[in-house]
Design a protein around this ligand. Structure first.
Ligand SMILES: [Zn+2]
Length: 276
């Protein structure tokens, strides 16, 4: 019954935040806006989100909610490596989307489960992920670990956050040993950098709110609309926020705001910065 209910403690936390958010939007007086905000804060039990449990299909299509809050509580970093070698997103040259982050690991390095969960897929793809594992978590997301030299778990196995689930490798479509790590919400990949900061080896946020493009939401008492697909810049040595802003034709302020950083933040090569 791992996924049937959420822990009471989390439900209480969420009630507390609902109450405080309600208080903070006293000024927002339309029912529609309140409903919007409360929907965002509500927790959908993972069983309702995923009515089926099958041991295949990584990115099946499904209808995403307009917004969904992913709690990072209880997370573990999948690898202690801080070297992000490729970022998430569309690759114009190959005309395909890179659904995850690549992190440098050596063959044989232990890879750890990102949260408590249950192994949905443990499989092999010669031309794709190589040896890979997909775990479904109570917070509503699934995580994928690809190119492993060895899987240490089997399908339908329950795992704890931080449990070893495989060894790093170079199997499948991979050039040099690395971990391909994905965070997937109802079949759709989300940039793992929003949740996992590999460079600093910590959660990028306490809770990440996914919002569908075009969705209306409330920030500081104002209704806002989610803009076009976000775009990212991978920091190389010598980059500064000013250079990056200039390159992409946006203001430095935009970059600070989108990434929660300021002028004192030290940019390290391999970091991913959102500029749109
Ligand atoms: Zn990759």
């Amino acid at each position: 019954m791992l996924f049937s209910v959420l822990a009471g403690v989390r439900a209480q936390d969420s009630m507390a935040s609902v109450v405080s958010m309600q208080t903070s939007i006293e000024g927002v007086d339309t029912i529609a806006m309140r409903t919007m905000l409360l929907n965002e804060l509500s927790i959908i039990p993972v069983n309702d989100m995923y009515p089926t449990w099958v041991n295949y299909g990584v990115h099946y299509t499904s209808t995403l909610p307009d917004s969904f809050t992913i709690e990072m509580k209880g997370y573990s970093m999948p690898t202690p490596s801080t070297r992000v070698t490729d970022i998430y997103g569309y690759r114009p040259r190959r005309r395909r989307v890179h659904h995850g982050l690549d992190i440098k690991v050596q063959t044989g390095d232990t890879i750890y489960a990102a949260f408590d969960g249950k192994v949905r897929i443990a499989s092999y793809e010669r031309r794709g992920y190589g040896n890979f594992v997909v775990i479904r978590h109570e917070n509503g997301i699934e995580t994928l670990y690809g190119h492993l030299s060895k899987k240490l778990v089997v399908v339908n196995q329950n795992v704890k956050s931080g449990d070893p689930i495989g060894l790093g490798g170079n199997t499948g479509r991979s050039f040099g040993s690395h971990l391909h790590f994905e965070t997937i919400l109802m079949g759709q990949s989300i940039n793992p950098a929003f949740m996992f900061d590999f460079v600093n080896q910590k959660a990028a946020t306490e809770r990440y709110v996914y919002r569908k493009p075009g969705t209306k939401y409330i920030e500081n008492g104002k209704v806002k609309t989610v803009g076009p697909q976000p775009k990212y810049h991978k920091v190389r040595s010598g980059d500064t926020v000013s250079k990056i802003a200039h390159k992409h034709g946006v203001s430095q302020k935009t970059i600070f705001k989108l990434n929660g950083i300021n002028g004192r933040t030290v940019l390290r090569p391999g970091m991913t910065l959102r500029y749109q």
